[in-house]
Every structure is written in structure tokens, then in C-alpha cells.
Design a protein around this ligand. Structure first.
Ligand code: ZN
Length: 299
């Protein structure tokens, strides 16, 4: 008998056949709920197509680029990513010369500062990630924008890129289609999955949970009709509400425990299993401990 729990985790591969057209000219290559596979967007205007996120490593990047070329035909391609993390941006090298790569300044700066470190760290997570990252070279964007937002005219379709500063990372960026009210969130929101708190001090302690929750509240106020989370199934604004409420509630509970004099490890020991049980259908419970330790670090 095979034991699924002891099977090695799969190499995270973007599967082009998992593509869905969620509105005319707006495609998502769905993650199929496979860890370290992101939801990838391909947004086609009359004269240009924009790709959102690359998948992890050059093989996944090629899959995404080929899908985009097939869909976009002769249109020039642009690439942006929701943030610098490996499964979202570490396939960008194959787009060099085939797509104009466009990030915000913080994304570029964070990639420069932490990219090699994350490449090394992710390779320690197991042979499945070593395989996905084989041959990865980090590349610079062709363009960056300053400030908190920019618009891209794809031809009869305008896409807005928006960033707020430190939240899940220093450069999180959403992609918003105002006409269709479609929102790509990156890892600011996952669906039926514990939020990813990349709390890896001392090498990376750049999270702002309060701003992250505020950003989600603002995104909810945009009344998106469709939310494409970084990971998980496509849905509506309820995805954002669930993540925001989880974070605010957990932050409050950790603060109460801390006031009673408990250290981070003791708070994890007392709280993690309860939090897990409150969300029985959510995946990736390993992120609960990271979230608790982050909130416990706040003064
Ligand atoms: Zn991330």
C-alpha cells in the first residue's frame, strides 16, 4: 500500500493545460493547489499582453512564456510579478528579450538584496525545489516604476499595478483590471490556505502584518468581482475577508498571550493546534507557527 504522507513532494510544475479564460482575454494558469506553484495570469489587450508571475525556475518560466506566446500571437509581451519570491518571479530569465520586464522599485531592490539568499534557502527545502530551481539565474527588470502605482495600456484594456510598501514582502504588487474588477493579489491573499508569513529572521524579517491587513481592507473596498489569489482557487472578495480576519484575530490573540508573559515558543505551543482546528479545510498549516512568531516579535 502506498502512503501518500510519505511520498516525496512533487516538483512544482506549472501545467499549461490548467489554463482558464476567466474573462475575455484574461487567462489564469491555475495552481491546482500544488505547493510552490502560483496562479499565473496572462492578460491580453488589443496590442500588448501582460504576464503576471513566472513560476519557479526556468522550466516553469518557459511553460508560461510559451503559453503567453500562443495566446498573444504577434502582440509584444510584458512581464510583471506580484513580488520577488521564487515561485512568483524566479522564472524571469527566460522572458529576457521576449518580454519587457516591469517591476516596482521595491521589488527590484528586494530581489537584489535577497534573491540569492532565497535561492539558497529554497534549495534546502528539498530535492523537489532543487529540481525546479535548476539553472535559475536572477535577472534585473528592464523598467521600474517609482511610487505606489502605474497603469499599463494593453490596448482597449488598462491594467493598474499598485503597491503599498512592506506587507507580505517589501514590494508586494497587485494587478487590477478596473473594467472587469479582476484582482490578482499575489501572496497578499491565499485561498483556503494559511497565509504565508516569510518570517526568517535574521535573514528576512521584512513583514508588516498591520499594513498587510490594512491593504486587504482597502482591496475589499474596491469590490473586486473576481479575486485571483497567489495560491488556491479563484473566488471573490470573501477570500480577502478570510485572510484579513485570520490575521487580525491571530495578532490580537498573540498579543494577549504575550501580555501574560509568555515567550514565542510557549505561545506557539498553546495556540497553533487551536488555530489549525479552527480552519480544518485550510492547507499549509506550517505557516501558523511563522505567523505566531512574527506577531510575538512585535513590541
Ligand atoms: Zn510570497
Amino acid at each position: 500500500m502506498s502512503d501518500a504522507s510519505s511520498a516525496p513532494p512533487p516538483v512544482p510544475m506549472v501545467d499549461e493545460t490548467a489554463i482558464k479564460e476567466i474573462a475575455t482575454g484574461v487567462f489564469v494558469i491555475c495552481d491546482r493547489r500544488i505547493p510552490f506553484v502560483p496562479n499565473v495570469g496572462i492578460i491580453v489587450g488589443s496590442h500588448t499582453a501582460l504576464i503576471v508571475d513566472t513560476g519557479m525556475g526556468p522550466t516553469n518560466g518557459k511553460t508560461v512564456l510559451n503559453a503567453a506566446k500562443r495566446i498573444a500571437g504577434q502582440r509584444p509581451l510584458m512581464l510583471t510579478v506580484t513580488h520577488f519570491h521564487p515561485e512568483h518571479g524566479f522564472g524571469a530569465q527566460v522572458f529576457k528579450g521576449s518580454a519587457r520586464i516591469h517591476y516596482n522599485r521595491s521589488q527590484r531592490d528586494e530581489l537584489r538584496a535577497k534573491g540569492e539568499g532565497y535561492l539558497g534557502m529554497f534549495r534546502t527545502f528539498g530535492p523537489h525545489l532543487v529540481a525546479a530551481l535548476e539553472g535559475t539565474k536572477l535577472v534585473e527588470p528592464d523598467d521600474i516604476y517609482e511610487g505606489t502605482s502605474t497603469s499599463i495600456d494593453l490596448g482597449e484594456r488598462t491594467v493598474e499595478l499598485r503597491t503599498w510598501g512592506l506587507a507580505h514582502t517589501a514590494g508586494d504588487q497587485v494587478v487590477w483590471l478596473p473594467q472587469e474588477r479582476i484582482l490578482f493579489t499575489g501572496d497578499l491573499a491565499e485561498e483556503r490556505m494559511f497565509p504565508i508569513f516569510p518570517w526568517f529572521p535574521p535573514s528576512d524579517a521584512d513583514i508588516d502584518g498591520a499594513r498587510w491587513a490594512q491593504v486587504l481592507t482597502e482591496l475589499i473596498s474596491w469590490k473586486p468581482a473576481v479575486v485571483v489569489p497567489g495560491h488556491g482557487d479563484i473566488g471573490g472578495a470573501e477570500i480577502l475577508v478570510a485572510v484579513r480576519d485570520y490575521m487580525v484575530d491571530l495578532g490580537r490573540r498573540v498579543a494577549i498571550e504575550k501580555q501574560s508573559g509568555k515567550e514565542a515558543d510557549a505561545i506557539v505551543a498553546g495556540l497553533a493546534a487551536k488555530v489549525r482546528a479552527e480552519h480544518p479545510d485550510w492547507s499549509a498549516p506550517e505557516w501558523i507557527d511563522f505567523a505566531i512568531k512574527y506577531y510575538a516579535s512585535l513590541s
